[in-house]
Design a protein around this ligand. Structure first.
Ligand SMILES: *Cc1c(COP(=O)(O)O)cnc(C)c1O
Length: 460
């Protein structure tokens, strides 16, 4: 007999130690905003009540992870902590060589230093920003090949993160000699945390084999992706997530990973691959930049926390709670009439600020205006993903980004349902007086990556 499910989302953990949050008044928040030039990256985190800036490295560790940290062995070479880390990684991702790194971008830097270069082309469903930057830094071109639905905020598709396989086949037919490897990002972060189907991974893998090209997974959120495969793709409803992850990895030749995402650690990453020669070159680069290949920029205790985090990342009760709690926030905002990107991804809900604030021109930064209003209203910190982030070009010109979104990224196991209910209340209040929100203008900005340090002022 199957049990009747409950509607309440149970956080599948109880609280073990607490971190007090500082409550602030609206007046304090309004003056804090002015003091940092309306740039939320410049706010001291103590002035933030609910921090939804990113899900990267902001999760809560488990009692078992803290316990494993005590087992951390800090030998320079061959520490037992490295072998426990390596075995946890290869248990899910059976690649021949595993190189730990201090973050995901360090793995990217090593991989593309070894495999990139001027005139080369690296295709991906959608490059994450650090991946794109590392590809381009070598003089290679980073090409995004998402399916058409991936670019439409209101289009419902179960696997909006898929790669356009025909476009990949076409690119390889024309330019195979220029493509050193193919990347596939699971879930597709820049596309809204949208999953990639197993059928798509297999089709991309087949095209790569046809042209003799290695396929690398950018696997930061592969556990969330596998959960979506289990719940949405025919034939997978009874397959354990760990097996789905292994099946995806088996279709690839290597991976880059940030342990700050699904592996539930606060720092770390790795590069894993099968090719012996490429691995040799990567190990030499790793020694130059990260450290000896059995610690790679991490302490032994970090390797232990990652090893244990990986076991917890594929737990079904955890993943069910994780995906349902993101959906809970998205559905409540949608019901309150706040325009959101659908379907909801694995790690974040995106508000369509351009749709909510039609009176604010894209070049008056509706996403920034909304993010500042959410902070002023309730101390909720979010991230503009729009014209502030993508509008300024290297030649100094400025154009509207394709979309003006505000991302509410959910840290793993960190906030409870009442915290999320509070966020919903704050966002609903801001949306109710959206017509009164002023646009923003930029007072000063650097020439690159301006979203981190630009200063703004509200338009009067
Ligand atoms: C975060 C992330 C990275 C980079 O990882 P860091 O640990 O932040 O350097 C790469 N790809 C994707 C999809 C990510 O989300």
């Amino acid at each position: 007999m199957t049990e009747e499910p409950f509607h309440t989302i149970i956080e599948p953990f109880r609280i073990h130690s607490v971190e007090p949050m500082r409550l602030t008044t609206r007046a304090q928040r309004v003056s804090a905003l002015a003091a940092v030039g309306y740039n939320l990256f410049e706010l001291p985190a103590d002035d933030v009540l609910i921090d939804l800036l990113t899900d990267s490295g902001t999760g809560a560790m488990s009692a078992e992870q803290w316990a494993s940290i005590q087992r951390g062995n800090e030998a320079y070479a061959g520490a037992p902590s490295f072998y426990r880390f390596r075995d946890a990684v290869t248990g899910l991702f059976p690649f021949a060589h595993v190189l730990p790194t201090h973050q995901g971008r360090a793995a990217e830097k090593i991989l593309f230093t070894a495999a990139g270069g001027p005139g080369l082309i690296v295709p991906n469903n959608t490059h994450f920003d650090t991946t794109r930057a590392n590809v381009e830094f070598t003089g290679a071109q980073a090409v995004d090949l998402p399916i058409a639905e991936g670019l439409q905020p209101a289009a419902r598709h179960p696997f909006k993160g898929n790669m356009d396989v025909a476009a990949l086949d076409h690119l390889l037919t024309e330019r195979a000699d220029s493509v050193p490897l193919v990347m596939l990002t699971v879930t597709n972060n820049s596309g809204g945390g949208q999953p990639v189907s197993m059928a798509n991974v297999r089709a991309v893998s087949d095209v790569c084999r046809k042209f003799g090209k290695p396929l690398f997974l950018d696997a930061c959120r592969i556990a969330e992706n596998a959960w979506f495969i289990r719940t949405r793709e025919p034939g997978y409803a009874d397959v354990p997530v760990a097996d789905i992850v292994r099946e995806m990895a088996g279709l690839a030749d290597g991976m880059t990973m940030s342990a700050k995402k699904d592996p539930l650690a606060n720092i770390g990453g790795w590069l894993a691959l099968n090719d012996e020669n490429l691995a040799e070159r990567c190990r030499n680069l790793e020694i130059l930049t990260e450290g000896f290949p059995t610690y790679g920029g991490l302490a032994g205790r970090d390797l232990e926390a990652i090893a244990q985090g990986l076991r917890e990342a594929v737990d079904h009760d955890y993943l069910r709670y994780r995906v349902r709690s993101v959906e809970y926030l998205g559905a409540a905002l949608e019901q309150a009439g706040v325009p959101v990107v659908v379907p909801f991804g694995g790690h974040a809900v995106f508000i369509d600020a351009r749709a909510l604030l039609p009176h604010i021109e894209p070049l008056a930064y509706p996403g920034q205006a909304l993010a500042c209003a959410l902070y002023a209203e309730g101390g909720v910190r979010t991230c503009e993903i729009g014209t502030v982030m993508f509008g300024l070009h290297p030649d100094g010109t400025e154009t509207p980004a394709p979309m003006d979104l505000v991302r509410l990224a959910i840290p793993r196991r960190t906030y409870t349902q009442s915290h999320i209910d509070y966020v919903i209340e704050v966002a609903t209040r801001v949306a109710a007086r959206a017509d009164d929100l002023p646009g923003m203008r930029i007072v000063s900005q650097p020439r690159q990556l301006r979203h981190f340090t630009a200063r703004f002022a509200p338009e009067s």
